[in-house]
Write a protein that binds this ligand. Structure first.
Ligand SMILES: NC(=O)C1=CN([C@@H]2O[C@H](COP(=O)(O)OP(=O)(O)OC[C@H]3O[C@@H](n4cnc5c(N)ncnc54)[C@H](OP(=O)(O)O)[C@@H]3O)[C@@H](O)[C@H]2O)C=CC1
Ligand SMILES: O=C(O)C(=O)CO
Length: 312
C-alpha cells in the first residue's frame, strides 16, 4: 500500500518517519510536484490541485478537524477529487483537550473578573468588585460535535449552566440541547458566554452578527474558536462599543494573519491568539489515521468521513 503526504508547514520528515513506524507494511512518501506515481491514500492540508487531480485513491485524510479549505478547493476545481473518493478528517486526536483548556481558562478568567481587575490595575486602583454568580453565567456552545461536546463536558464541573446548539438534538448529560434554526433564539436568550465551535459551511458563515449578538444576555462574552468567517467583525466591534458584549476572546479571523490595521488588535476588551486553540498532534493524528485505514482495508465501518454535500 502507498500513502502520499503533503502539508505546507509541518515537518514532513518527522511525519513520514512516524507514519512508517505506525504502519511498517506501508510505503509512505512526501508528495512533491510532478509525482504521478500511484497511491492508495493521501494525507493532506491545503494540497496543490495537481496532487489529487485524476488519482484513483481509496481515501483522502485532511490533517485537521475543519475541512472548509479543502472543500473550497474542491468546489473551485471540479475534478480535483472524484465524488466517490471518501474524504476523512481528524476527530479529536488531542484537539478536544486543548479546546477544553482554552475554553475553561477563559470562562474562568471572565467569571472571576480578571478582565476588570486588569483594567483597574492599569489605573493603579485597589478595588474589590462584586462577585458574579454561577447561575448568571450560562455558557452556550454553538456546535455540539466532537469538540463542542468536549468543551461542554469540561465546563459542567465548574457549576456553570451549559447549553449547546447543533443541527440535531443531543443528549449530553447535564447539558441543555437546542437544535436547528427554530431553536436558535431560545438558545441565545440568557446565554452569557457564547463559544463558537461550528464548522465553516454556507449556513454558518456570518452567523455571529448583529442580530445574533443582540439576542444574548447583557454584558455577554464571545469566544470564537472555530473560523473567522463565522463572526461579522464590524458587528462584534459595534456590540463591544455599545457594551452589549463585554469581552471577546478570538482565536480565528476573517483574514489570517490578522492585518496590522484591523481595529481588533487595539481594542482593550478583545483578547486574541493566532489560531492556536487546538493543534494537530502527530502521535494522536497518526494513530487515528492508521486505525482508520486498517478498518477501511478490512471493510469495517469508520467514523470521521466528511459529508461533502453537508460541508462538514
Ligand atoms: N481554532 C482552532 O485551532 C481549531 C478550530 N477548529 C474548528 O472547529 C470546528 C468544529 O470541529 P468538530 O467539533 O470536530 O466538528 P464536528 O463536525 O464534530 O461538529 C460540528 C457541530 O456543528 C453543528 N452544526 C453544523 N452545521 C450546523 C448548522 N447549520 N446549524 C447548527 N449546528 C450545526 C453539528 O451539528 P450535528 O451534530 O447535528 O451535525 C455539530 O454538532 C471545525 O470545523 C474547525 O473549523 C477545529 C480544530 C482547531
Ligand atoms: O484542525 C483545524 O481545523 C484547525 O483549524 C487547526 O488549526
Amino acid at each position: 500500500m502507498d500513502i502520499i503526504f503533503y502539508h505546507p508547514s509541518f515537518n514532513s520528515d518527522y511525519w513520514i518517519n512516524a507514519l512508517r513506524k505506525a504502519m511498517p507494511q506501508v510505503n509512505v512518501r512526501a508528495w512533491t510536484a510532478g509525482d504521478n506515481a500511484p497511491a492508495d491514500y493521501a494525507l493532506v492540508w491545503h494540497p496543490p490541485v495537481e496532487m489529487l487531480k485524476g488519482r484513483k485513491l481509496k481515501g483522502v485524510f485532511a490533517l485537521g478537524a475543519g475541512v472548509d479549505a479543502i472543500l473550497g478547493q474542491l468546489s473551485a476545481n471540479p475534478g480535483m477529487l472524484a465524488d466517490d473518493i471518501p474524504l476523512f478528517r481528524l476527530e479529536d486526536t488531542g484537539m478536544g483537550s486543548q479546546m477544553q483548556e482554552y475554553a475553561v481558562s477563559q470562562v474562568l478568567h471572565w467569571f472571576r473578573r480578571f478582565d476588570d481587575y486588569q483594567a483597574l490595575k492599569q489605573q493603579s486602583r485597589w478595588q474589590q468588585l462584586e462577585e458574579y454568580a454561577h447561575g448568571d453565567f450560562t455558557v452556550g456552545i454553538l456546535g455540539a460535535g466532537v469538540l463542542g461536546s468536549k468543551v461542554a463536558e469540561s465546563l459542567l464541573p465548574w457549576g456553570f449552566p451549559v447549553r449547546c446548539w447543533s443541527r440535531s438534538r443531543k443528549s449530553l448529560p447535564g447539558v441543555q440541547s437546542f437544535a436547528g434554526p427554530e431553536e436558535l433564539g431560545d438558545f441565545l436568550q440568557g446565554t452569557r458566554v457564547l463559544i463558537n465551535l461550528l464548522p465553516n459551511t454556507p449556513e454558518t458563515v456570518g452567523l455571529i452578527n448583529q442580530s445574533l449578538l443582540n439576542q444574548l444576555a447583557e454584558h455577554c462574552y464571545v469566544m470564537n474558536l472555530a473560523r473567522g468567517v463565522h463572526v461579522v467583525e464590524a458587528d462584534l466591534l459595534a456590540a463591544l462599543e455599545s457594551g452589549k458584549v463585554k469581552g471577546a476572546m478570538l482565536d480565528v479571523f476573517s483574514r489570517e494573519p490578522l492585518p496590522a490595521d484591523n481595529p481588533l488588535w487595539a481594542h482593550p476588551r478583545v483578547a486574541m491568539t493566532p489560531h492556536i486553540a487546538a493543534f494537530t498532534r502527530p502521535t494522536e493524528a497518526i494513530e487515528f489515521i492508521s486505525h482508520t485505514i486498517g478498518k477501511l482495508e478490512r471493510g469495517e465501518t469508520v467514523s470521521g468521513r466528511v459529508d461533502r454535500v453537508r460541508g462538514y
